[in-house]
Design a protein around this ligand. Structure first.
Ligand SMILES: Cc1ncc(COP(=O)(O)O)c(C=O)c1O
Length: 344
């Protein structure tokens, strides 16, 4: 059995966290004279530092116990916490599978952590043969698996992810930001089985609250406690906790939206295949499509001139654009613009 405490940085083990007014008095009623707040107003009080009401709702929504949930100011805060809790600057290493979500490498650099990179195979899967020897490296503390992967759009093979889970004794983060659009099962039910697994999801994609900045980590309660120790005390504002709570009450609307987006993804994918300008439309388990064209920079600029903004990913994958699935009318405009550019 992996002992998480042995993986944690020594300064974090010893750290005495900030104790806020809301840590020291847990009651909800009384005359509050303990946090130097302004006594007037409606948003004048500090929010719940542990977001208990929201976690309770997420627990019901996802079917996982509240003690397994940590909430960050977006998944990006959780990514950064993984480095700060588990990796010693200038000494430890992280493993990523590029092309993938850029924040893993940025956060690694911010924390002075060396990034080992094993590029995905031609079919955008994990190259296990190249990964296996790296798992023995004692300085390797963290592995990020993005599934479905951004920007390629595909989910990783379940058996490859399971191999890494079974073989690696450090921390494994599975980033499932796009999992609601994926027909294959989530790894959420692996959290109980692997104490070193941190499974991330977010309110920013299918839950439609990118502006609100709430990321979720589902993991072992010991890791939740270390994250709580390290985070700023009030990392999720009261307004944002409320917005997230309200969204979870709209489960049926969300389901309908996801079905619509997936249907549009398939339609857009088949329409894009008909446009001469696109060389490859890659299969997607997410809410975006990666396409390969002859000259991505040129096409990107031509689309911007037509007021359509896609993401130019050619610096990560040669001549590739990433297109977020929009509403039907927006997707139609994109197809028309591509046909017009084709005929110019
Ligand atoms: C794979 C992946 N993970 C995480 C995020 C960021 O999520 P959040 O908005 O919760 O910080 C993104 C955003 O694009 C993403 O693509």
């Amino acid at each position: 059995m992996i002992d998480i405490n042995k993986l944690v940085r020594k300064n974090v083990l010893k750290l005495t966290p900030y104790s806020s007014a809301r840590d020291e008095f847990l009651g909800k009623t009384g005359i509050f004279m303990d946090a130097n707040e302004n006594p007037y107003g409606t948003l004048n009080r500090y929010p719940d530092p542990y977001q208990k009401e929201l976690k309770k709702a997420i627990s019901g929504f996802k079917g996982i116990s509240e003690e397994n949930i940590f909430l960050g100011n977006g998944s990006d805060e959780i990514i950064d916490l993984c480095f700060r809790v588990f990796c010693n600057p200038g000494k430890d290493k992280v493993l990523t599978f590029p092309p993938t979500y850029g924040m893993y490498e940025v956060s690694a650099s911010v924390n002075d952590i060396e990034v080992l990179k094993v590029p995905l195979t031609d079919s955008f899967q994990i190259n296990l043969l190249k990964v296996k020897p790296l798992l023995e490296d004692k300085a390797l503390k963290l592995i990020f698996i993005c599934s479905p992967n951004n920007p390629t759009g595909n989910a990783m093979n379940q058996k490859d992810v399971e191999y890494i889970l079974k073989s690696f004794n450090g921390i494994i983060v599975i980033d499932e930001a796009y999992n609601d659009f994926n027909d294959k099962p989530s790894f959420l039910n692996h959290v109980d089985k692997y104490p070193n697994l941190i499974l991330m999801q977010t309110f920013s994609k299918a839950l439609g609250l990118a502006a609100v900045r709430v990321g979720m980590a589902f993991t072992n309660p010991v890791i939740v406690q270390y994250f709580n120790k390290m985070k700023p005390p009030y990392n999720i504002s009261a307004i944002n906790q409320k917005a997230a709570l309200r969204k979870l009450n709209k489960g049926e609307v969300l389901k309908v939206q996801v079905v619509k987006i997936k249907k549009e993804r398939e339609r857009l994918s088949s329409e894009l295949r008909k446009v001469r300008i696109t060389e490859i439309v890659y299969p997607s388990d997410a809410n975006f499509l990666l396409i390969k064209v002859n000259n991505a920079n040129d096409l990107y600029n031509k689309l911007v001139n037509k007021n359509i903004i896609v993401r130019n990913r050619s610096n990560a994958i040669e001549n590739c654009l990433r297109i977020t699935v929009g509403k039907k009318s927006e997707n139609d405009k994109l197809i028309k613009a591509l046909n017009d550019i084709n005929n110019d």
